[in-house]
Design a protein around this ligand. Structure first.
Ligand SMILES: NC(=O)c1ccc[n+]([C@@H]2O[C@H](COP(=O)([O-])OP(=O)(O)OC[C@H]3O[C@@H](n4cnc5c(N)ncnc54)[C@H](OP(=O)(O)O)[C@@H]3O)[C@@H](O)[C@H]2O)c1
Ligand SMILES: *[C@@H]1O[C@H](CO)[C@@H](O)[C@H](O)[C@H]1NC(C)=O
Ligand SMILES: *[C@@H]1O[C@H](CO)[C@@H](O)[C@H](O)[C@H]1NC(C)=O
Length: 349
């Protein structure tokens, strides 16, 4: 194609998509507003009695709270994670909240065989599968250049990305049969660049793209809800993350730098909203609400976010103290108001 042809085509496509958006956006915004103001407040909680739900990463944090919300609505569950004791405790609490039947399956979902086993055992026990919650994940908060054991970071992709894809692959036939739902926990970080989370946000971005594509393939049969939480209370916001040397440890200093001045939300509320939205067939859920404008900022002015990260999260020297966001956090004492007590260790403050 010659240059002139290229330019003509570019102008035609810009004008075409531009005019489409000018017509489409007001209509779509109006519909959303009407739904939000006049329809949603009167909707009843979705009826999940007798539904079969598989949750990965159910031993703590978001997965644990998702289990309690499903339990309250009378769903049966298969709970998956590696820590058996923690899983058993969540199962017991779920039964007392109203779940008719709960099984626990100890598995590492980054292993395809174990993912298959987990799906097979769930269907063998309950006879079907209605909701798959691909929620398990690990976090990392160090600068790319600080990493001393780079090979350890393949784990981030193995758990976050492949650990969602494998169970999805094996569950798909069952979900098609039940016209079921997939709910996948990604993160605001998958859309908005934040320094120090290169592998984490890359793994989450990969998940978002993957499930968007899957939706374009099976969306008429299975509803796919992409959950993009901001910071909420869990082991992750207690500081548990893959460290630069490749080991998983709790590091509160790194957590403070990363979470910075963002308030940490209540996980119970997130779980409630996630389930209601999924039952309505919503495609994206961002919560806490105030993270939503960041999507807009990211698509319209990504340079502003890069500037923000660079100013507040980076430092020239290795001194942790010289990181601006940490100095602000300490000088204002804001941590006490922004972070719930449950994620602060007793020894500090
Ligand atoms: N909390 C936040 O602010 C936040 C924000 C955005 C996104 N998220 C995402 O939310 C999801 C849940 O995390 P969380 O915040 O609830 O943190 P969490 O309390 O650390 O929970 C992570 C869960 O994943 C499980 N898990 C980790 N590796 C696993 C593996 N290889 N196989 C099976 N299970 C595994 C853990 O159980 P075991 O250790 O027992 O295996 C645990 O149940 C993650 O995908 C995370 O990226 C969290
Ligand atoms: C790097 O991490 C990998 C995976 O956790 C581990 O097998 C390896 O021993 C680590 N290497 C060093 C030098 O610590
Ligand atoms: C992930 O974070 C890095 C900085 O650490 C940033 O350059 C990149 O754009 C981010 N990616 C996404 C998808 O947010």
């Amino acid at each position: 194609m010659d240059d002139n042809m290229n330019m003509v085509l570019s102008v035609v496509i810009h004008v075409f998509i531009g005019s489409f958006l000018v017509l489409y956006m007001p209509i779509s915004l109006l519909i959303k507003l009407v739904q939000r103001l006049f329809i949603r407040p009167f909707e009843k909680e979705a009826d999940l009695k007798g539904k079969i739900v598989l949750i990965t990463g159910a031993s703590s944090g978001i997965g644990e709270q998702l289990a309690y919300q499903y339990a309250k609505r009378g769903a049966c569950m298969a709970l998956v994670a590696r820590r058996e004791d923690a899983l058993k405790a969540v199962a017991k609490a779920s039964l007392s909240l109203g779940a008719p039947d709960v099984i626990t399956l100890v598995a590492d979902i980054s292993d395809p065989e174990e993912s298959k086993r987990v799906v097979d055992q769930t269907v063998a026990h309950f006879g079907k599968l209605d909701h798959l919650l691909a929620n398990a994940g690990i976090w990392g908060t160090c600068l790319f250049e600080e990493i001393t054991n780079i090979t350890a970071f393949t784990k981030m992709m193995d758990v976050n990305f492949w650990g969602a894809v494998y169970p999805t692959y094996y569950a798909l036939p069952h979900l098609k049969a039940s016209k079921g739902n997939i709910i996948v926990t990604t993160s605001v970080a998958g859309r908005v660049p934040t320094a120090r989370m290169s592998f984490y946000n890359a793994s989450k971005a990969a998940m978002i793209r993957f499930y968007e594509t899957l939706r374009s393939e099976v969306g008429s049969q299975i509803k796919i809800t992409i959950l993009m939480p901001g910071y909420v209370v869990s082991e992750l916001t207690k500081g548990k993350a893959l460290q630069k040397g490749g080991q998983v440890e709790i590091n509160e200093d790194a957590r403070d730098i990363q979470v910075g001045l963002f308030p940490v939300g209540q996980t119970e509320k997130l779980a409630q909203i996630a389930i209601d939205s999924a039952c309505r067939g919503e495609e994206y859920v961002t919560w806490p609400d105030w993270y939503k404008p960041f999507h807009l900022l990211m698509s319209l002015a990504p340079e502003v976010l890069n500037w923000y990260s660079n100013t507040f999260y980076m430092t020239q020297s290795d001194e942790k103290q010289s990181i601006l966001i940490k100095r602000i956090l300490e000088a204002t004492g804001a941590k006490r108001y922004l972070y719930p007590n449950s994620i602060l260790s007793a020894k500090k403050e």
